[in-house]
Design a protein around this ligand. Structure first.
Ligand code: 9YW
Length: 424
């Protein structure tokens, strides 16, 4: 590969962020997702930071314009109207300016903010931005505990598959089967007009997604009432591992921007989460699993989220070695790592969204965790795999693990961001 084509690819990734820029924030991709999404933006901020630091900070500040007074950072901020997406602000009916959804997404933000600060070339700007950001991040992490783990179990609850960022993962099949398919809201899907329906969640998945939104709207979006009323309640291993990592990064930020009392508070949450995540280790599957909080039973489906305790620094050295073996076993069945579902599981579907495809952001987090665990070889392999998938398959939403094809939507911001991070 010549330097010239490397430059062209880098320029294409940057151009994708610029093209998806709607003025201080990026849409995940034009048409399909026309607003600002929470965890997408955390990765996108890190991508911008490789070539435009002021714009990177703006991405985070724009997302925080959607933050609620109680600390919630919603999964979508509807900065500007669009008819291209369902469900829009009229379905959520939340009185906030700008309008937002009423559920959240995996909290990558503190990790992104720390990375921006530590890699900053413009130190004055970084210090000024962090001074504003730190209290907002702290407020958000307090929200997670108060709203989603009021009993202090060390695991936060997720109330909607959209909150996990992994909408139709087979890990939610049993728990979602309890959710009725009836809805008060008339469903007017737009996604299947933009992307092949075979690659999207099914009709009944959407009925249940919207049933949950109806329940929460009926609960007035009050955290305690939502927690009590939700027919779907899981401790998602991905969200919990990502939150634990974010708490560790917030603790590092608190050394500079917080007080001793805040550091003690964050450290206590870290200790609780660390211990609780350990209980989700599944030696039979060789990775961590989710916990169904209604059925009070582990969800024994292998998913790529089950490797994320590596990223959260929650796995022991022995568990890290077992997980590396699990990934190698998966690699016997697919051509490319890391599929979102165990390819030996009957629910594995290589093209259907979170039921099999590879997602660049998840690979990036897994590689980070493997490197931290001392497995430089497998970390480098997954980074290299991800870079090659993107170079061959484009800045696609996700990739088919059987043949490496780029699938789903095109020109995705977070895939561009990961490419920039992998080649920086
Ligand atoms: C939806 C934007 C989002 C991602 C999620 C992914 C999908 C669908 O797209 O969500 O309607 O919110 O599952 O992880 O943040 O890229």
């Amino acid at each position: 590969m010549s330097d010239h084509s490397d430059q062209t690819r880098t320029e294409r990734a940057r151009a994708t962020l610029r093209a998806n820029d709607r003025g201080g924030y990026c849409v995940p991709t034009a048409r399909l997702y026309p607003f600002q999404w929470n965890w997408d933006s955390a990765f996108v901020a890190m991508g911008w930071a490789t070539f435009d630091e002021p714009r990177a900070w703006d991405e985070i500040l724009s997302l925080l314009r959607g933050q609620w007074d109680d600390g919630l950072i919603p999964h979508i901020v509807f900065h500007a109207p669009s008819d291209d997406y369902f469900p829009g602000p009229d379905v959520w009916q939340i009185h906030h300016t700008p309008p937002t959804s009423g559920i959240t997404q995996p909290p990558v933000l503190a990790t992104a903010a720390r990375q921006l600060l530590e890699r900053a070339k413009d130190h004055a700007l970084a210090e000024a931005r962090m001074a504003t950001l730190y209290p907002r991040l702290l407020l958000n992490h307090r929200w997670w505990q108060q709203a989603r783990d009021p009993a202090r179990t060390g695991l936060v609850a997720t109330l909607h598959p959209w909150e996990t960022g992994m909408d139709n993962s087979p890990a939610w099949d049993a728990a979602m089967a309890r959710v009725p398919t009836t809805t008060e809201t008339v469903i007017r899907r737009r996604d299947t007009a933009h992307v092949d329906p075979a690659m999207r969640p099914r009709a009944e998945d959407y009925q249940r997604f919207i049933h949950l939104v109806d329940v929460f709207r009926g609960a007035g979006w009050a955290p305690d009432r939502m927690l009590a009323a939700s027919p779907f309640k899981v401790a998602d291993i991905g969200t919990n591992a990502i939150l634990l990592r974010a708490e560790r990064d917030l603790l590092a930020l608190a050394e500079r921007f917080g007080s001793a009392a805040e550091r003690a508070e964050i450290a206590a949450r870290i200790a609780g989460m660390q211990a609780a995540i350990q209980r989700l280790w599944d030696p039979g599957l060789g990775l961590f699993t989710c916990l169904d909080l209604i059925g009070n039973a582990p969800v024994r489906v292998g998913t790529s989220a089950g490797f994320l305790p590596l990223y959260g620094r929650a796995a022991t050295a022995e568990q890290a070695a077992v997980m590396a073996g699990t990934m190698q076993a998966w690699a016997q069945r697919v051509a490319w790592l890391v599929p979102s579902t165990d390819p030996a599981h009957p629910s594995f579907e290589p093209l259907r969204y979170w039921r099999g495809p590879i997602w660049a952001v998840v690979n990036w987090m897994i590689a980070d965790g493997l490197a931290q665990a001392g497995n430089a070889g497998l970390a480098a392999h997954i980074r290299d795999t991800t870079r090659r998938l993107i170079e061959a398959g484009g800045l696609s939403e996700y990739f088919d693990p059987t043949d490496g094809r780029g699938v789903g939507g095109a020109d995705f911001s977070w895939t561009a961001a990961i490419y920039l991070l992998l080649t920086d």
